[in-house]
Write a protein that binds this ligand. Structure first.
Ligand code: C2O
Ligand code: CU
Ligand code: CU
Length: 569
């Protein structure tokens, strides 16, 4: 009944909505890119206060699209003008942890951060957003997010639509919850305001795009705090999915739906050839989502639970209208049957299988906090120590009542098992987020090939931003092989000081605990031990013999180990 009523309401609005033309963010093309995050405000609502926002560069909400070329040496400056601490994380991009923009690399108010890295990723759609400890949700839903499009020679050689804003559209879909004063709330249970590329798209508003009558590519990002979308077009208009989070699929495949949980991306191609003058709608067919998936039908709640009854739950609703207009002159008329040659790692070669259970204090918990393996995130605790070049299988088991999109930094992974079966075709390519509905168990395989850093960890977390901020996050370091065999009961950089750093002759270290030391190692960035000492009476090491570069100092005692990075110059 509710569904029918809402659909009627939707049709009614179709004639009365304030329509906005789809806004396509401007691009910034590498290698030198400057971002400034600032405060702004937008009159999103017809009455009452403006909505206070965060945004990058010239925008009042969201930010420009960054274009990276594979192999390019990026030099990015990020200036923080929001009068609060932030970070910027390059979601899906493979880069050293110190440039990953996680919660350990804060950019203080007024400061500029200067990450420099080489683009190693495959052509795909990535994104950037803040990642400040316990404030990711608030900063991201206030508007701090933008696209990253990576281009590479393989993709460039294929006959695919790639004229940005002409036959290739980035679409960031968000569902937001605003309070009575029109301010974004870092909550998701009653999210009811849909935004398409930063413009309101429901409740009296709609967004339309004028797309040419030819093959058109859409790069869809779900940047919502909580809601999953089940995208499709009116009339079950068919399309091809060509890419998952981190790259092209081996083959495009025909479908009528693509489900995206927060953090996930998909690239699709719709064939609008010959349809000039017609209109179709991009929809979310949320009535098809099972209970327990955020955005699916609302679950009956135990008494005393917070309300979680967004009017969008479990109904089908419009996201965007597409008006088909005249084709362009050099339209892409067909796309190849083979796109990529992704080769999955063989699970039988994995060095280890790790199990990560999604848990909560009780099975009745619907709104969090949620945990990994029963423990809440702790900035001072390293959860996993991963030897460089390890091939690993991670098994994710959801023991809670709601679905969670699991995301890992540093790597792309390949899903090879969902509840004992081969995953859906759209999930068989490179991914960095996998949605794990209640009761599901999924297995992925990945390899940690680069960027040993014993100090700055990478994150893995639920991409429901409120769950992440509430502690559904863990962290891992990728370490040189020398560290293998040590347990994770380690101490972080705060317990050891090395100086001077950089240094050219002597390196001195002090520990803030008096322990019997067993040995000292210096390890280079390739994992080679370049210095060993088993008598530990000195705290000063002559390192003048080392070549210039980055090194790890590893000191072991009986029960702990200490590590620091230093630079020889
Ligand atoms: Cu998109 Cu760790 O995040
Ligand atoms: Cu990420
Ligand atoms: Cu979650």
């Amino acid at each position: 009944m509710k569904t029918i009523f809402s659909i009627c309401l939707g049709l009614l609005c179709f004639y009365t909505d304030a329509q906005t033309l789809l806004q396509v963010p401007d691009t910034l093309i590498g290698p030198n890119i400057s971002l400034t995050m600032h405060k702004d405000s937008v009159q999103f609502f017809p009455t009452g206060s403006k909505t206070y926002t965060y945004a990058y560069n010239q925008y009042a909400y969201l930010g420009p699209t960054l274009i990276f070329e594979q192999g390019q040496n990026m030099n990015i400056t990020v200036t923080n003008d929001i009068n609060d601490t932030t970070t910027v994380h390059w979601h899906g991009i493979h880069l050293p942890s110190k440039w990953d923009g996680g919660p350990h690399t804060e950019i203080m108010a007024g400061e500029t951060w200067n990450p420099q890295f080489t683009v190693m990723d495959k052509a795909a759609t990535y994104w950037y957003h803040p990642h400040l400890h316990m404030k990711t949700a608030l900063q991201a839903i206030k508007g701090a997010a933008g696209f990253i499009i990576v281009r590479d020679p393989n993709e460039a050689a294929l006959s695919l639509p790639r004229k940005y804003g002409v036959d290739d559209y980035p679409l960031v879909i968000q569902c937001q919850q605003y309070d009575a004063n029109n301010q974004a709330m870092p909550l998701g249970m009653q999210d009811s305001t849909i935004m398409v590329n930063g413009a309101r798209a429901n409740n009296g508003y709609s967004v339309y795009g004028n797309f040419p009558a030819q093959m058109v590519r859409m790069r869809i990002l779900n940047a919502s705090g909580e809601r999953a979308f089940n995208f499709g077009f009116t009339g079950n208009f068919p399309f091809k999915q060509i890419a998952s989070d981190g790259g092209l699929l081996n083959q495009p495949f025909d479908t009528t739906r693509v489900r995206l949980a927060p953090g996930e991306r998909a690239e699709i191609v719709v064939n609008l050839t010959g349809m000039q003058g017609q209109t179709i709608h991009l929809m979310s067919y949320a009535s098809e989502l099972p209970m327990g998936v955020q955005g699916g039908p609302t679950m009956p709640m135990p008494p005393g639970s917070p309300p979680m009854d967004s009017p969008l739950n479990g109904i089908d609703y419009n996201i965007m209208q597409i008006n088909v207009v005249a084709p362009t002159i050099d339209a892409v008329t067909s796309i190849p049957n083979v796109l990529e040659n992704n080769v999955q790692f063989d699970p039988s070669t994995a060095d280890v299988t790790r199990t990560i259970r999604f848990t909560a204090d009780s099975i009745m918990v619907m709104d969090g906090p949620f945990y990994f393996n029963d423990s809440s995130f702790n900035m001072e605790r390293i959860d996993l120590v991963i030897p460089i070049n390890h091939t690993e299988v991670w098994k994710l088991v959801n023991e809670t009542m709601v679905g969670h999109p699991f995301h890992i930094h540093d790597v792309q992974f390949y899903l090879f098992d969902r509840n004992g079966s081969l995953p859906h075709e759209g999930e068989r390519g490179r991914k960095d987020v996998v949605f794990v509905p209640t009761g599901d168990s999924v297995l992925f395989i990945t390899k940690f090939e680069d960027f040993a850093d014993s100090i700055i960890p990478y994150m893995y977390h639920c991409h429901i931003l409120m769950h992440e901020d509430d502690g559904m996050m863990g962290q891992f370091i990728v370490v040189p092989p020398e560290y293998v065999g040590l347990n994770t009961n380690m101490v972080l950089a705060s317990s050891i000081k090395v100086f001077p750093n950089p240094t050219s002759d002597f390196l001195t270290f002090t520990l803030n605990e008096n322990l019997n030391l067993l040995d000292i190692r210096i390890i280079d960035n390739n994992g080679q031990v370049v210095f060993k000492k088993d008598d530990c009476t000195l705290n000063k090491i002559d390192i003048s013999f080392l070549e210039n570069g980055n090194y790890h100092l590893l000191i072991r005692s009986n029960e702990k180990y200490f590590n620091a990075n230093f630079i020889k110059k």
